[in-house]
Design a protein around this ligand. Sequence first.
Ligand code: FAD
Ligand code: NAP
Length: 592
Amino acid sequence: MFFCNGGKVVDKRLQELGAQHFYETGLADDCVGLEIVVEPWIDGLWLALRREFTSWNIKEDMSSNLRAVSNGVSAMTVVPSMSGICSLDSEIQHLKLEDLEVKATDALSQKPANVHSVVSVQDTEASLDRSVPPLSQSALNIPALPSEYIDVQFQDSTGQELSVSSLISDGIVFHVPVTKAVQLTREDAVKTALLLELDISKTTFCYQPGDAFCVICPNNPKEVQELLHILGLSERKEYVVCLKIKQATKRKGAAPEHIPKGSTVEFILTWCLEIRAVPRKAFLRALVEYTSDAREKRRLQELCSKQGASDYSSFIRDPSICLLDLLHAFPTCRPPLNLLIEHLPKLQARSYSASSSNLFQPGKLQFVFNVVEFPSSPSRLVSRKGVCTGWLAELVAPMLQPHKKEEKLSAVKVSIFARPINTFHLPSDPSVPFMMVGPGTGVSPFIGFLQHRQKLQEEHTDWKFGETWLFFGCRHQDRDYLFRDELRSFVENGTLTHLKVCFSRDPPAAAEKKTTKYVQDNIRLFAKEVARVLLKERGCFYVCGDAKHMAKDVNDTLVDILSSDAGVDKLEAMKTLATLRQEKRYLQDVWA
Ligand code: FAD
Ligand code: NAP
């Protein structure tokens, strides 16, 4: 009765308000794998959007709507009188996808392998590779076996070595040297932040402060070698892979575009496939067919079944288990390469905000990132680092050792390309006042803004410059206050009018009542100025950093400030904020 109810309610209400469907609603069920419905739905959505928007002359609205959609399958595109909804259901509700599911009729489901006459204490707890009653004794509804559609042939030919440029079809890739690497945080900081400087002087790459760009990164080489070994492909890693769509499938078209022609097995696993991706239920279902041990087979079936939905969440999705973790937990599972190509997503380039200004440092591009760390867990015995940040950190590690700096400088290069269209830029009129909110590495683009601004102020002494505010926050004053010296100097030379900093994990100084933990606490303290800059002086408000918590809380704070300043209710204040957003005076560059 409540299957996908949230989506259905919104869908109904939008129609009551006059919206019309431009595309069929998709109802996806996590019990059998959201992707079964979601992926074809997204494929069709692009076509439907193209169809719809070709008759519209609103290019800008289209790009922002497309961005909203690409941020998540549950995104809803609502433009006047249209709606397209994909509603997701991750609760165990009654199943709507009968035609997609089959009963696990093999003897395994009738005779659970995990029931033993002697049960040790350890056996009473479920884990990635072990289930307990009632699941271990239950009959299972498992998704239909996805039909394989890629035919892989290995050619023992030493083809030309592919360049990473072949991975990008719509843009120029620049291979640029890293000219500087600095650790911005102390060793005892919660996270390690690094600043890298790239030399773009011999390229046509250009950027404005506030722009982000993409870094092409490989998978961890140790993980690639381990995969090759487990899959029995080590001997053939340098073979060229020829991909064809199997004739007897419904799939049309060519082999996946993200695997360039002439790729070797090793190139595919290193540069093309996100081998860290969390395996979806359809992938688990496919893996069952390549697992020889009966107990392992049964457990994989459980994990992709309707009855095993909560185990899938606890042991696969929540701990972000990847294929390699599965292959360790299920040692008789040996999938062929085509299965990986069919089920693993494209390895995406990672985006980073420029933290420099080309005016201030011609020919240089700097950026800042935290090295993402995933601790080990019961399901994953090894700790790992983020794919891109872990790779970059390892790449520049020798440059961070003071005595080795000089000798290694020219050796390290990274491949980057520009990120299309961005509106996160300084106001074009320098007299417009603006406020910036960037805790942690979110401060990065604002360093570029301020460098640019400083240079403009030096070069144009007759121009009028509006006031500037920066709300920065970090955990500890002495450990992770990024760009402390630079920020102080911006204040001293008048580039930055107001710098408001808070430390979330430092105890308050003696006799001081701590009132500011997070950036939004400082924003609240200066509510009057925020309202003045935004409403009376038609200034701009920029937010950069974590989308999940910080950007949301800052947004709520702004709503409160605008509502009490104008003496209106929250709904009215939200409308004001929406207008500011439309006028590109409230700009966010945030990522979860
Ligand atoms: P990944 O390996 O991709 O992991 C990232 C996330 O995936 C983790 O945070 C976690 O949620 C999840 N995850 C993956 N594997 C596991 C696992 N085994 N266990 C638990 N969780 C897991 N970042 C910056 O630091 N600085 C910037 O200036 C910056 N600018 C950006 C600008 C834009 C426009 C965008 C879209 C993003 C920006 N980012 C920035 C984020 C950046 O692109 C990367 O997402 C980030 O650096 C992590 O990349 P990674 O490959 O190291 O991590
Ligand atoms: P962070 O984890 O966001 O932490 C910075 C400070 O923010 C800490 O003091 C933290 O305090 C505090 N904080 C925690 N929850 C908060 C909340 N709800 N509201 C306000 N502040 C809060 O910073 P980071 O470690 O540098 O990570 C920044 C994130 O932004 C990363 O995910 C990065 O990928 C992303 N980023 C995105 C872009 C972009 O999209 N353009 C650019 C740069 C960075 P406690 O930990 O003590 O709670």
